[in-house]
Structures are given as structure tokens and as C-alpha cells.
Design a protein around this ligand. Structure first.
Ligand code: NI
Length: 137
């Protein structure tokens, strides 16, 4: 059967601070810029979850989009939305909540819930012009 990618967009707002606690404030400011602000700041994250696989001949679907929608809502939006990532999510206790690391955490959370026959790709926009892609490698 043909291999097709289905995509679902989602959105969450979250606060973070990027820093390395082994570095001075000056060095953190040099490397992370405004994202090192000790008082935190927010981003409007835009997420695209892409699932690739063969079309199921019985349904015509790669994956039921209603199931994917509900999964993203319960596992990602409800978990990340309006959170302080550094302070509230255990994943980021010691992991810098960069777009790169957030995309890996999202991938890991969804990977356990989606059929392993299907490939999973996460695209995460931190700003309208800055985005990352993670495919599990
Ligand atoms: Ni930031």
C-alpha cells in the first residue's frame, strides 16, 4: 500500500529559562541571551505531529486522526500548556528546556502511544521563524 504522512497541528504556551548552572550569569547571558532571564519568559509553541505509514486498506487511514488529536491533547497540550517548564515538569529538572530538548520529550511521550509500525516526527516552532524537527534518531 502507498506510504503517506498524516499531520496534526497543536499549540501550547509555556514559560522557560535557559541556563547552565555551572556557568556564571554573564556566560549564561552570552550564550542564551534573553532566554537566560532569571525571571522566566513565555513562548507560543506550535507543534506539528507527523505520522508516516502504509494506508490501512480497511479504513483508508494511516492513523485515525481523531485518536491522534485526542492523544496530543491528553499527552502534550494538557501536560505542557501554561506550565513553567523548568519548575513544573520533572523532565526539565536537569535538562535545559530548549526547543530541541522539548521536541525529544514530546517524541518520547507520544512514541509509547502510537503503533510502532508508524514512524513519528515532531516539528516544534518556538517562534514563527525558529523551529526544530526530531524523528527519534
Ligand atoms: Ni526562550
Amino acid at each position: 500500500m502507498p506510504v503517506v504522512t498524516v499531520n496534526r497541528k497543536a499549540h501550547f504556551n509555556a514559560a522557560h529559562r535557559l541556563y547552565n548552572n555551572e556557568w556564571s550569569d554573564d556566560r549564561n547571558a552570552d550564550v542564551f541571551g534573553k532566554c537566560a532571564n532569571v525571571h522566566y519568559h513565555g513562548h507560543n509553541y506550535e507543534l506539528i505531529v507527523s505520522v508516516t505509514g502504509e494506508i490501512n486498506p480497511q479504513t483508508g487511514f494511516v492513523m485515525d486522526m481523531k485518536i491522534l488529536k485526542d492523544l496530543i491533547k491528553s499527552e502534550i497540550e494538557d501536560y505542557f500548556d501554561h506550565r513553567n517548564l523548568n519548575e513544573e515538569l520533572p523532565e526539565f529538572k536537569t535538562l535545559n528546556p530548549t526547543a530541541e530538548n522539548i521536541s525529544v520529550v514530546i517524541w518520547e511521550k507520544l512514541r509509547t502511544k502510537i503503533d510502532t509500525k508508524l514512524a513519528l516526527k515532531i516539528t516544534l516552532y518556538e517562534t514563527p521563524r525558529n523551529f526544530v524537527v526530531f524523528t527519534g534518531n
